[in-house]
Structures are given as structure tokens and as C-alpha cells.
Design a protein around this ligand. Structure first.
Ligand code: KG4
Ligand code: ZN
Length: 357
């Protein structure tokens, strides 16, 4: 990671972008340089605060972003030895997400950009996730097929170019991460319990319980995960609720989710003929999923890329990178100095900025 001050004479055409992520329960900031890549990033996670309530409390999330954001930006600049005046643009997550939480990042980003006389770039959170593997592999380029699996989304997206994104399939109910978290809650693992459930599954006995693979017998690329969570609840209630049963349910659930994703991805790869698969979003941190998709890649001769674990979940680096891509591209940017926040913002309409509800 680059840690020296920037020599302005050498970076005339290059751009330095400050990225701000506050869409949910993580305050993330980063500095991305269009030629040198990621210079520095900082993240503050609120998960410990929300754990007590069993889910994200929106008002607490907003207040915490207010407290943490500016100190994090100061730390970031100090670490990278960069002054505010050297920043060329500020990218912030404009949606989708919690409106209050989004507003903190949007107001800060727009106000700073206004004060500095530079561009502010409202970024779609999922676009950030989509291109996050490029943080570690800058040479990676579309076309590729992307599985976006997070706490809020499960989507298969065909990425023909940086600006041509086509959603091929998505969940009809719970997102994969949401199903992980709800099942973890059923098993008494706290919130968000996806990673804890995955750790517990290592002690499970393979084949002790068999869960269904939802929607694999139907054509198409949509998903459904809420039935698996109910299946987990019923299986857990019918068990002796021992530590072994907890691990067995965790493993059966995890295996079913991973298998279902793998089957649909294989279908998507065959349908599109893409030779590169990208896996992004928080559930992309799941080891069993990574192993299954790496094996699928070997079988089909498809290159599989995962973002580094720290960039799978929400972070400022992916927003700074998305801002850099938008700045480099031909996409029209809003230059109205308005505060842009869109709690609901379909990926296909990311260049159409809806009105605030
Ligand atoms: O991308 P992300 O930070 O949130 C959204 O933007 O939605 O992803 C968070 C999700 C949570 O549901 C969390 O439980 C899940 O990713 N997750 C995992 C693992 N690590 C995080 N799920 C399964 N296995 C993991 N190792
Ligand atoms: Zn996310």
C-alpha cells in the first residue's frame, strides 16, 4: 500500500478519489488513486452495537456514522500523508440503504466537495461491490458474470462492460446473507451471525440432515432462500438442541445455500458463455462457497475471482474505486451540488436518479 505524500507534478491527469460508505452499519472511508490504486482505507463496524438488538437499528446507525465519519477521514488522510487539497473528487454511497445512514455520507461528501470546489460522485452501493475484486486485481476487466451475495442482495449479473450491467436473476425473498443471519439467530448465534454459522458448520456431520435446494428444478436464474430458513427452524426444533445438532443444522443449511448458488451459477455461465466469474458481497467471504466455486471454475475452465476478505463486506475502498471508474467513464454525473440519497435504487436504473420519496 502506498504511504508517501503525492508529488503533484507527476499526477496531473491522475485522479485521487476519497470514497465514503455509510449505507448501513459500517463507516468506511478510502483513498483511491487512478494510477496507483488503493492508497489507504479505514473502516469502523457498528456490528457490536447492533448485536444487542438482534439487527440494525437505523437511528443508532445514523448517529454513529455522524460521530465516526470525520475522525475516520482525518485518520485516513494522516495515514496516507495526503492533504484535503490533493483530493480530486469525493465518491459517496447514495443508495440503496438506510436513508438516515446514507444522508450522513452524502451530506459530508457533498459539503466537502463544495468546500474544496471538486466533483462529488453519488455511487450505487452494488456497483461498488461489483467491481471490488479490482481492488486486489486492477487488471481485471469485464466481460464477466458476477454473483453478488450480501446481506441485502442475491443477484447474478452479466457485466458486459463497466456500464452495461444486466441482472439475470435475483432472490424472490430473502437474500442469501439474510438467510444466513436469520438461521444463525434461530441457532442462538447473535447478529449478524453468517460468519459464526459458517465457523460452527465446520463441526457439523456431513449428510446428517439434508436440506432442499430451492428452485433448482425450475428454469431461470432466480433464487429463494426464505424456505431454507424455515426448514432450519423446524429441523432445529425437532432436534435435541445439543451443540452437535446446532453444528449439524448449520452445516446442512450452509451446504444447501452453497449448492443452490453453484447450480445457478453453472447455469448462468453456460447461458452467457462468460469465461470469468466474479463473486462479491459479504457472503463471498464464505469459505465453503469459495471452495465450491473454485472447483466449478476448474471444471468449466472459467477463471473465478473473489475480492480480498476485507473488501467482501461493506467498505469505503469499493466506493472510491467505483467513483474512479465513473470519473474515468463517459457516464453523466450529477453536477447540481444536491444531496443524493436513494434508499431504493434498482441497479438497472443507477444512472437515473430517482426523486427522494
Ligand atoms: O455485503 P455486506 O456487508 O452487506 C450488505 O451490503 O448487505 O454483507 C454482510 C452479509 C451478512 O449477512 C453476513 O452474515 C454475511 O454477509 N457474511 C457471511 C460470512 N461473512 C459475512 N455469510 C456466510 N459466511 C460468511 N463467512
Ligand atoms: Zn453491501
Amino acid at each position: 500500500m502506498y504511504s508517501q505524500g503525492l508529488d503533484k507534478s507527476k499526477v496531473n491527469s491522475a485522479k485521487l478519489i476519497l470514497g465514503i460508505e455509510t449505507s448501513c452499519d459500517e463507516t468506511g472511508v478510502a483513498l483511491y488513486h487512478s494510477e496507483r490504486g488503493l492508497l489507504a482505507h479505514r473502516l469502523y463496524s457498528q456490528v457490536a452495537m447492533h448485536d444487542e438488538y438482534g439487527g440494525v437499528v437505523p437511528e443508532l446507525a445514523s448517529r454513529d456514522h455522524v460521530e465516526k465519519l470525520l475522525p475516520l477521514i482525518r485518520e485516513l488522510l494522516a495515514e496516507a500523508q495526503v492533504s484535503l487539497g490533493e483530493i480530486n473528487a469525493i465518491a459517496y454511497t447514495a443508495g440503496p440503504g438506510l436513508i438516515g445512514a446514507l444522508l450522513v455520507g452524502a451530506c459530508t461528501g457533498e459539503a466537502l466537495a463544495f468546500a474544496l470546489g471538486i466533483d462529488a460522485i453519488p455511487v450505487h452501493h452494488l456497483v461498488g461491490h461489483l467491481f471490488s475484486p479490482m481492488l486486489a486485481e486492477p487488471a481485471l476487466r469485464p466481460p464477466f458474470l458476477t454473483l453478488l451475495v450480501s446481506g441485502g442482495h442475491t443477484m447474478l449479473i452479466d457485466v458486459a462492460s463497466f456500464s452495461e450491467l444486466l441482472v439475470l436473476g435475483e432472490t424472490l425473498d430473502d437474500a442469501a446473507g439474510e438467510a444466513f443471519d436469520k438461521t444463525a439467530k434461530i441457532l442462538g448465534l447473535g447478529y449478524p451471525g453468517g460468519a459464526r454459522l459458517a465457523a460452527l458448520a465446520c463441526a457439523g456431520r456431513p449428510g446428517h440432515y439434508t436440506f432442499p435446494r430451492p428452485m433448482v428444478d425450475r428454469p431461470g436464474l432466480d433464487f429463494s432462500f426464505s424456505g431454507l430458513k424455515t426448514f432450519a427452524l423446524n429441523t432445529w426444533r425437532a432436534s435435541d438442541q445439543s451443540e452437535q445438532a446446532r453444528a449439524d443444522v448449520a452445516l446442512a443449511f450452509e451446504t444447501a445455500v452453497v449448492d443452490t448458488l453453484r447450480i445457478k451459477i453453472e447455469r448462468g455461465l453456460k447461458q452467457t458463455g462468460r469465461r470469468t466469474l466474479i463473486v462479491a458481497g459479504g457472503v463471498g467471504a464464505n469459505t465453503r462457497l469459495r471452495e465450491a466455486l473454485a472447483a466449478l471454475g476448474r471444471k468449466l475452465g472459467v477463471a473465478v475471482h473473489f475480492p480480498p476478505l476485507q473488501f467482501c463486506t461493506d467498505n469505503g475502498a469499493m466506493i472510491a474505486l467505483a467513483g474512479a471508474l465513473e470519473l474515468a467513464g463517459s457516464v453523466d454525473r450529477a453536477d447540481d451540488r444536491a444531496i443524493h440519497v436513494y434508499p431504493r435504487w434498482p441497479l438497472e436504473t443507477r444512472h437515473i436518479r430517482p426523486g427522494i420519496p
